[in-house]
Design a protein around this ligand. Structure first.
Ligand code: SIN
Ligand code: CO
Length: 373
């Protein structure tokens, strides 16, 4: 399904992105759900899929984690099933992410889908991330409050909520409506009828994650072996004090490593192209020969990118799922980053280069791209 989003992206980026929440009525006209509640409930029964069931009864909240065996015990009200990274497991649902590629791919996280019966929701809460919540089938009342300092509490060990808040947006969302919420704005959604919601989530790394990821890179590449040296050491009065110029020298040793563009860019490409959620990898058996990949593309077959796979470009280098794709065929590898479906035309003359073809066959044999028949 080709979802067409009615949104003025320039206006959105200038006035709302990371600044203010926005309700986009009928962002998708004639919205058709890419998944049914039954299919979603089926996914939540799978071991690899990350899912939760949140319910409340007379003010008491409960959270159960999937995989679920059965849903027979559930009543008609006040529960919601939430399934993470559905774009990884259900190809039609992944199509819902595409209209949001005006926000760069590296910021995109996953598609979370929730199914709620009347009264179902996770309660008032804050998120650290930007999210576009799309209303699918059913109506759900969504409220968003102003971003102010708010105390958080846990009505259940696995549930973080905030106190009731005054709404700056309060609407009964209908199919195709979209609610954009930047980080830190309290919000809550209560279903008025059985309802599907699609959360296209974005993520920004923290300094802590980056420092830790960069340290792993430094260790694995055995970088940073140079030791501090001080041949110009002078006699000093205070034996226990580390002098300012020594602090500067030590700090600069660390900054030099991060500041080296080759190390930083390559680390970032590997780090940021890793998916936070499990991929549905199914390497073909038997693996393809490079020649077969060529023949199939020539015969008009197309290669489809695996849902949730991160394929990014930094300078002239492209990365997939934590690894650089080393090749001189920049135009072809760029096509792999830009397009979710690639054809012979998009890959062009690179297909006559045996080393590019070997790379492409390796990517197909890893399960990262598959022939779309
Ligand atoms: C939901 O779909 O119920 C939760 C979405 C959210 O508030 O983050
Ligand atoms: Co939320």
């Amino acid at each position: 399904m080709d979802y067409q989003l009615e949104l003025d992206w320039n206006d959105f980026l200038a006035n709302y992105w990371q600044k203010r929440p926005l309700l986009i009525k009928r962002g998708f006209k004639n919205f058709i759900d890419p998944i049914s509640p039954d299919e979603l409930a089926g996914l939540a029964m799978e071991n690899e899929v990350d899912s939760r069931l949140v319910s409340h009864h007379e003010g008491r909240w409960d959270v159960k984690h999937g995989p679920f065996q059965s849903y027979d015990h559930l009543g008609e009200n006040n529960w919601s099933i939430l399934v993470q990274a559905v774009d990884h497991w259900h190809e039609p649902s992944a199509h819902l992410m595409r209209p949001f590629r005006s926000i760069p791919d590296w910021r995109m996280d996953d598609l979370m889908i929730s199914f709620s019966v009347p009264g179902g929701g996770v309660g008032p809460h804050l998120d650290q991330y930007d999210v576009f919540i799309i209303q699918g089938t059913g109506r759900r009342r969504w409220r968003v409050g102003e971003k102010i300092a708010m105390k958080q509490h846990c009505p259940h060990p696995d549930l973080l909520q905030v106190e009731p808040f005054d709404a700056i947006i309060d609407d009964e969302m209908e199919p195709g409506d979209i609610l954009y919420i930047p980080p830190g704005f309290p919000h809550e959604g209560y279903s008025l009828e059985s309802s599907l919601n699609y959360s296209v989530g974005f993520r920004a790394p923290s300094s802590r994650e980056m420092v830790s990821g960069f340290a792993d890179y430094v260790l694995s590449r055995e970088l940073g072996g140079r030791r501090y040296s001080d041949p110009d050491l002078k006699l000093r009065e205070h034996p226990a004090k580390i002098e300012q110029h020594e602090l500067d020298g030590l700090r600069n040793m660390m900054l030099d490593l991060v500041g080296n563009p080759e190390h930083f860019n390559n680390w970032l490409g590997e780090f940021i192209s890793q998916s936070r959620h499990e991929l549905d990898l199914a390497p073909p058996e038997p693996p393809y020969q490079a020649g077969e990949v060529h023949e199939l593309l020539e015969a008009g077959e197309t290669l489809q990118r695996l849902g949730g796979l991160k394929v990014l470009r930094i300078g002239d280098r492209c990365y997939v799922n934590g690894e650089a794709m080393i090749t001189d065929q920049l135009a072809a590898v760029d096509a792999l980053t830009r397009h979710t479906i690639v054809t012979q035309e998009l890959l062009g003359e690179a297909l006559d280069d045996p080393s590019f073809l070997a790379l492409l066959a390796a990517l197909v044999n890893s399960g990262y791209w598959y022939f779309n028949d």
